[in-house]
Design a protein around this ligand. Sequence first.
Ligand code: 13P
Length: 247
Amino acid sequence: TGKFFVGGNWKCNGTKDSISKLVSDLNSAKLEPDVDVVVAPPFLYLDQVKSSLTDRIEISGQNSWVGKGGAFTGEISVEQLKDIGCKWVILGHSERRHVIGEDDQFIGKKAAYALNEGLGVIACIGEKLEEREAGKTFDICFQQLKAFADAVPSWENIVVAYEPVWAIGTGKVASPQQAQEVHVAVRDWLKKNVSAEVASKTRIIYGGSVNGGNSAELAKEEDIDGFLVGGASLKGPEFATIVNAVT
Ligand code: 13P
C-alpha cells in the first residue's frame, strides 16, 4: 500500500558530535529511491539536522503541543516545527502514553491540530504485554485508532505506526505473522469505520526492535508498509539497510 515509509525515531539520544556523525553517515548512504525516509531527532538538534542533512530525508518532531504556542513552559508548537523545516510529527508514541501519561483524547487533539496546520502525523498505537496475554490486542489498538479517527479532519496525511509495547527496545521483535495479523486488523478497522479508500491508501508501518537483520523478512508481509525504528536508527549504515529492506 503506497510508498514504503521508514522513520527513524532517535528519541532522547545524541549530542552535537554524535548527531553530526550520524548525519554524515546518512548523507553518504545509498537509499532506495522509492522509499519515504524520515528522521525524528530530539527538538534541540532539529535545526542542526535540517541544515546538514540531505534533502532526500525529511525531518519530524517527536511530539508537539496540542494547540497554538504561547505560555506553555517546556512545550514545542506545531508552528515551530514547521518553521524549522519539519514535515512530520510522531504522536501517541508508547513512551508518551505510558511513561509521560498522555491519554487518547489528548493525543487525538494533538493529531487534529497538527494535521490542520499541515504537518503529517505518524500516529502510534500498540498493546502492552499484559494486554496481548489477556487477548486484548485488537481492542486496545482499535480504541487508540478510534481516538485518532474521532478527532482528525482527514486521513490524507497520516501514517499509522503499530508498535507493540513489549517489542519496543526489548530486542523481542514481533514475528512477521504477528505484525501482519495486527496490520490486517487495523486496515479492516479503517475500512469499516472510516472508508475503503482510506483503508487501502493508509500506510501501516511496524515498530519495535526492527533492525538490519529482521527488516527484510518483515517487509515481505503484504500489509507492512514500512517501519518506525528506534535504536537501530542511531546507526547510519544499519538504518540504510532497513530503508532498503523492501527490495
Ligand atoms: P526500538 O526500535 O528501539 O525498539 O524502538 C521502536 C520505537 O519505539 C520507534 O518509535
